[in-house]
Design a protein around this ligand. Structure first.
Ligand SMILES: Nc1nc2c(ncn2[C@@H]2O[C@H](COP(=O)(O)OP(=O)(O)O)[C@@H](O)[C@H]2O)c(=O)[nH]1
Ligand SMILES: [Mg+2]
Length: 460
């Protein structure tokens, strides 16, 4: 390859199937040397496009494997480049040998996500579709997979594109008002500019709400159980999991490490973490490390369940609430009042309806009754919201951020129009347009591409 050639002119290869024992395994090759690689291993001089050849794969007279070889000429392939596929036997060795033979032909190992990155760069899919590929692979519930398929088929992209078109249109009309005020004053004076902006803002908001659901579907909700030692956290964890996962004893400080269980609630993946109880002082080094881990877990949580033993006085509860709020300012927070079978302590009862606790949802539970945690499961389900019957699509944090920013720009543009400053309004709309464009990749800085595709698995 010459020094000026773009990296995209390199030919790349990887095993596209997961490692381990399996009937078949696929070695995928993409780039200008894909055809040559197929010819070298199979002896087929001029492969017919998309024809399945059953052949021996060999190199320098050594038989490597036997299987199906396929050739997809550009642009009609996954990546949009020439692609060759060797479908051989699975297991630890056979696919590695085929891959090594391909790599010896001036082909390099693909980076994680590189096939899909090339598909995006060659216009085979937009960014939301490319990201949906990875979301589909990592989907852990049926609803998440369904949403990823919807995004993969362009459901999210088409919503964003429609918004983008309306935005572009509006910006063009506003700029026309700036350039030729007399001809376009009607647009402003009739109130049409304002009502168009308001309508667009509302639709942007509903797209944001749908994307938020989509993100929850794809990445799930992380819930963490937090509270004083002996509050009943580990018992709750076991009850939610429906099996004995955490050790439960009357000895404070039993739980040290963070324990996790994965549940599915109304189609959403939910990960629940049980943590070491938080208290002011501990002489025990291991318990102190456990508390550090608990704090780190709280910082990452989407929903914090603050567990308070309702049957006894809880003098540290206010301090605990303050600590949780400072560790996770944006997480949702719910109070679980445990051990309801033991009756209610008067001071704790009045604490939970006063001061900062008065704003919070409080759920009573007991692990001593069959249905003692059902209310808690329902409350978590309510926080997740309901899945839209139709129109669910997978989304990611970066999409939410872009939609939120776009929405902010629209709001400011509306204010500027109302105040009569069209120059500033047009600028806000330009910002909105650029930000919205990053979702599908119409406008995309390189570092964003790096961040998106580096999280992909190898061979995709
Ligand atoms: N009566 C009663 N005891 C409970 C309940 N939940 C937990 N306990 C007891 O409280 C103690 C501490 O429970 P545990 O789950 O280990 O609390 P953790 O330290 O917060 O994880 C144990 O002796 C449990 O048996 C409950 O709902 N009712
Ligand atoms: Mg515990």
């Amino acid at each position: 390859m010459g020094p000026g050639a773009s990296p995209e002119a390199e030919t790349i290869a990887a095993i596209a199937t997961p490692p381990g024992r399996g009937g078949i395994s696929v070695v995928r090759v993409s780039g200008p040397r894909a055809r040559e690689a197929l010819t070298a291993l199979t002896g087929i001089p001029d492969p017919t496009p998309r024809h399945a050849y059953y052949r021996e794969f060999s190199q320098k007279g050594e038989l490597l494997d036997r299987g199906i070889a396929l050739f997809f000429p550009a642009p009609h392939s996954y990546t949009g480049e020439d692609v060759a596929e060797f479908q051989g036997h699975g297991g630890a060795i056979a696919p590695q040998r085929t891959l090594a033979a391909v790599l010896s032909l001036g082909v390099r190992m693909a980076e994680p996500g590189e096939f899909t990155r090339r598909a995006y760069l060659n216009g085979r899919m937009d960014l939301t579709e490319a990201e949906a590929v990875e979301d589909l692979i990592s989907a852990s519930t049926k609803s998440a997979a369904r949403a990823a398929i919807a995004s993969l088929s362009g459901a999210f992209a088409s919503r964003v594109n429609t918004l983008l078109e309306r935005l572009t249109d509006l910006r063009a009309r506003l700029e026309a008002c700036l350039d030729f005020p007399e001809e376009h004053e009607e647009f402003l004076q009739s109130g049409e500019a304002v009502s168009t902006l308001v309508g667009l803002g509302a639709d942007m908001e509903s797209c944001l709400a749908a994307a938020r659901q989509g993100q929850r579907l794809a990445s799930g909700l992380s819930v963490v159980l937090v509270g004083a030692p002996n509050a009943g956290k580990s018992s709750l964890m076991n009850a939610l999991a429906g099996e004995e996962r955490a050790i439960v004893t009357a000895v404070p400080g039993t739980t040290r490490d963070v324990l996790r269980v994965d549940l599915e609630i109304r189609g959403f993946p939910v990960r629940i973490a049980d943590t070491a109880g938080l208290r002011r002082h501990s002489e025990d080094v291991i318990e102190r490390m456990g508390m550090e881990r608990a704090r780190a877990e709280i910082e990452r949580a989407g929903l914090v369940l603050l567990v308070i033993d309702g049957s006894s006085p809880c003098p540290g509860a206010l301090a605990l609430l303050a600590e949780v709020e400072s560790l996770a300012p944006s997480a949702e927070l719910m109070v679980v009042r445990s051990k309801s079978d033991l009756g209610a302590d008067r001071t704790t009862s009045s604490l939970l309806v006063s001061g900062p606790f008065a704003q919070l949802e409080v759920i009573s539970t007991t692990t001593r009754a069959e249905d003692g945690v059902d209310a808690l499961l329902d409350a978590i389900a309510n926080r997740l919201g309901t899945l839209p019957e139709e129109g669910a699509f997978s989304a990611r944090a970066r999409h939410l951020e872009a939609l939120g920013k776009t929405h902010g720009s629209l709001r400011r543009a509306l204010m500027e129009v109302q105040e009569g400053d069209l120059v500033l309004a047009a600028e806000e709309l330009r910002d909105a347009q650029e930000t919205l464009g990053t979702i599908t990749g119409k406008v995309t800085p390189d570092d964003l591409l790096g961040r998106i595709f580096n999280t992909f698995c190898l061979g995709k």
